[in-house]
Ligand binder design. Sequence first.
Ligand SMILES: Cc1cc2nc3c(=O)[nH]c(=O)nc-3n(C[C@H](O)[C@H](O)[C@H](O)COP(=O)(O)OP(=O)(O)OC[C@H]3O[C@@H](n4cnc5c(N)ncnc54)[C@H](O)[C@@H]3O)c2cc1C
Length: 285
Amino acid sequence: MWAADAADLSLLHFLTYAGANNGLQRLISTRGGAQQSRIVGGSQRIALALATELGDVVRLDAPVHAIGWRPDGAEVRTDASAVRAKRVIVATSPALAGRLAYDPGLPADRDLLTQRMPNGSVIKCMAVYGEPFWRADGLSGQGVSITGPVKVFFDNTPPSGSPGVLLGFLEGNQARRYGRLDQAARRQAVVGCFATMFGSRAAHPDLYVEKVWADEQWTRGCYGAFLPPNTWTNFGPALRAAVGPMHWAGAETATRSMGYMDGAVLSGERAAAEVISALGGATPA
Ligand SMILES: Cc1cc2nc3c(=O)[nH]c(=O)nc-3n(C[C@H](O)[C@H](O)[C@H](O)COP(=O)(O)OP(=O)(O)OC[C@H]3O[C@@H](n4cnc5c(N)ncnc54)[C@H](O)[C@@H]3O)c2cc1C
């Protein structure tokens, strides 16, 4: 869930996160739990549908590199343009928010928090076969290994039933270790895990695809961020407290479904309500 090892995060964060997600059992469960459903067509459909509704106010290929701010307004700067606004919502992970240049600089607590909230380490790996052959053997395609390096497995076959897709995650220390190898070596290790789990047919996929999330410039790790020891206790309030005209959103700031897409949407609604209230409008129910 954190794409991290036990030594990385605090017990308080473990408890906060589990509490914000209706408990550990729900988080790790498939049936009736957080792992139950997939979005047909891919989860990017949420962002694409929201962008279609918003129309041409959405600016793509315009990464923000700086925010100039005063108590009553801000200027958001990209390479090509600057946008002035009374209020700004920053909706990236805290680590990426901490890489923006703020003028003037952030208060110490907020900056120190962004220095202490790393993103998890995940490599998502998929092997594609003509059919989900493991089903004929009575296997679900889901599994957990304590040896690894792939420790979590799912059947990621599309609803049509073809092709067969096995999904495995390299997480935490394993993602860091195997992320340093070249793709051929990683493929060999991952496909070897599929074969150990689902039999020798799994050793020969038609296709292998993977995503090293820590390499992605605008994500730099996932599934989300976590707090190491002594961070909630020292800097917790800085996670959500607005700084001048700047409000903070994103899955990490959610009080419900923290770390999940659902939480990201809820955090956006919370930040939008803060902005409406700061501008003197009525906050929606
Ligand atoms: C492999 C993987 C599997 C996952 N599985 C699940 C799952 O099964 N269920 C679930 O609920 N969640 C899952 N998650 C987590 C989920 O993706 C996140 O919780 C969610 O995307 C967080 O949304 P967000 O809006 O807070 O941040 P993000 O989705 O990270 O959005 C931040 C946006 O800001 C943009 N950005 C970054 N820097 C800048 C900049 N300087 N200027 C402008 N834009 C910038 C980024 O491009 C990005 O579009 C998974 C994540 C990964 C990586």
